[in-house]
Ligand binder design. Structure first.
Ligand SMILES: O=c1[nH]c(=O)c2[nH]c(=O)[nH]c2[nH]1
Length: 309
């Protein structure tokens, strides 16, 4: 058996660690809710190949470290920084762990505005959307604990958008498999997944568990990327998904010197006009199409990565 196979890669950790943190500044509270995934690589092969657990940091301990740092980290409110802190803490603490992969999904909680003047309430919040901020961090201590490198990407997922005109789909290949009619006006809806990747950074070794340098590079990009994405989506004259995606990605690279590449995944949420010709009603010519059947599956899926030259 051992002649035929070997362990070619191994990574383990804790998934779906749910963390909620409140930060109190007098009566004003700020909150974050994260789903955290922590995976580790290192000299851990024997736990797989020789049933040797002496190299294993329990996944339960990874969960506990996540909660401990959620309590003490000064970076808890910025998921990119918190993920870097968590990954750096783990690779610094355990000599045989060389890489940490930390993914954070941030759920939306927005402050509720109340009264005639729309005053932000100090401690009441609203889940005002299903979209999530997503962060992926790879902390790499392979070159030693004094030479830690990190790669950070961030973005958003499940941002559902729709345009009721301004989209068409024409001039595509027509052959024996083609049923789709060309349309010069259609509904265009997609659930945007966006990832943008920063240039890799060096992290000085932390002095203690609450110390990690301020990495301000990341703070602006997420608000910005959602605004840019929505702005591009509403204003771009491109009529089909591939061209819309490319322009949206180019805009982010143009506006953010720190971003090296941008990946979008855009499922095409089809809205099919209901054929009412059987009762003499025209709902099929694009200008007359008003009643649509939203179709969840199958959906088109258009993806691409656009990189800085
Ligand atoms: O914007 C689109 N791109 C496609 O590649 C495609 N294919 C399809 O059937 N509809 C669409 N729409």
């Amino acid at each position: 058996m051992s002649d035929l196979s070997y362990l070619s890669s191994a990574r383990y950790g804790k998934d779906a660690v749910r963390v909620f943190r409140v930060v109190r500044e007098g009566p004003t509270h700020t909150i974050v809710e994260y789903n955290v995934k922590v995976l580790l690589e290192g000299d851990i092969d024997v736990s797989y190949t020789e049933a040797e657990n002496r190299v294993v940091v329990a996944t339960d301990s990874m969960k506990n470290i996540t909660y401990y740092l959620a309590k003490v980290s000064p970076h808890i409110l910025i998921p990119e920084r918190f993920a870097l802190h968590l990954g750096t803490h783990i690779v610094s603490k355990y000599a045989h762990i060389h890489k940490a992969f930390v993914d954070i999904e941030q759920l939306r909680w927005s402050r509720i505005s109340v009264g005639k003047d729309g005053k932000p309430h100090p401690h009441s919040f609203l889940r005002d959307g299903d979209e999530k901020k997503v962060v992926k961090v790879e902390v790499d201590a392979t070159a030693g604990k004094d030479g830690i490198q990190a790669r950070v990407s961030a973005g958003l997922s499940d941002l559902l958008v729709l345009k009721s005109t301004g989209s068409s789909f024409t001039s595509f290949i027509r052959d024996e498999y083609t049923l789709l009619k060309e349309v010069d006006d259609r509904i265009f809806s997609t659930s945007i997944d966006l990832t943008y990747t920063f240039a890799s950074i060096s992290i000085p070794p932390p002095k203690d568990e609450v110390d990690i340098p301020c990495l301000c590079l990341f703070d602006m990009a997420d608000e910005y990327s959602e605004n840019t994405t929505l702005h591009s989506f509403t204003t771009l004259a491109e009529h089909f998904e591939q061209a819309t995606l490319y322009k949206m990605a180019q805009q982010i690279i143009t506006d953010n010197a720190g971003i090296q590449s941008v990946t979008y995944a855009l499922p095409n949420k089809h809205y099919i006009p209901v054929d009412m010709s059987y009762i003499g009603v025209d709902n099929m010519t694009p200008a007359k199409a008003e009643v649509f059947q939203p179709v969840a599956a199958p959906s088109g899926l258009i993806t691409a990565t656009v990189s800085r030259k």
